[in-house]
Design a protein around this ligand. Structure first.
Ligand code: 4NP
Length: 153
């Protein structure tokens, strides 16, 4: 079986989706799941930039270095490169549907759709808040990541 290729998508690709990518990589490595992972933003505001310093510090609290990640914008070719694409919120999901090529085979959903009882819910954008908000983001994306690894194993 080919390894799953998973893309996490938020707005800027500097807060939520890099944390989701990091949490998924960590959960997959813990269980020995072979996978490809990446993240992207629907907007081009932060292309080429490192994650937000608050996101870098949050991941570092859990022993993960995301300072080398770089922002990029989601493109329609992502729907053929990735088997699974997870939007962090509803607006990201709507924007992804807009660029999805007809007949693509990628599975597209909200990340929290994977979590029983959290279906249809968004991971809140921590950008305008304080560092505590990034910890809450970490908790949510980690929860989604653990459910994703369990589903893919
Ligand atoms: P993200 O957060 O989508 O989780 O990366 C944001 C990052 C940047 C902006 C908004 C949200 N911004 O407006 O630049």
């Amino acid at each position: 079986m080919t390894s799953p290729a998973v893309l996490f998508v938020c707005l800027g690709n500097i807060c939520r989706s890099p944390l989701a990518e990091a949490a998924f990589r960590a959960a997959a490595e813990q269980t020995g799941l072979s996978m490809l992972a990446d993240s992207a933003g629907t907007a081009d505001y932060h292309v080429g930039e490192a994650p937000d310093p608050r996101a870098i510090r949050t991941a570092a609290r859990f022993g993960i270095d995301i300072s080398g990640y770089r922002g990029r914008q989601a493109i329609s070719a992502d729907f053929t490169r990735f088997s699974h694409i997870f939007a962090l919120d509803h607006s990201n999901l709507a924007n992804l549907r807009r660029i999805a090529p007809a007949g693509h085979s990628a599975q597209l959903s909200l990340l929290l759709d994977l979590v029983p009882g959290r279906e249809g819910q968004a991971v809140a954008d921590p950008w305008y808040g304080d560092e505590e908000g990034f910890l809450a983001t970490w908790d949510e994306v980690s929860l989604g990541a653990r459910h994703l690894v369990a589903k893919l194993r």
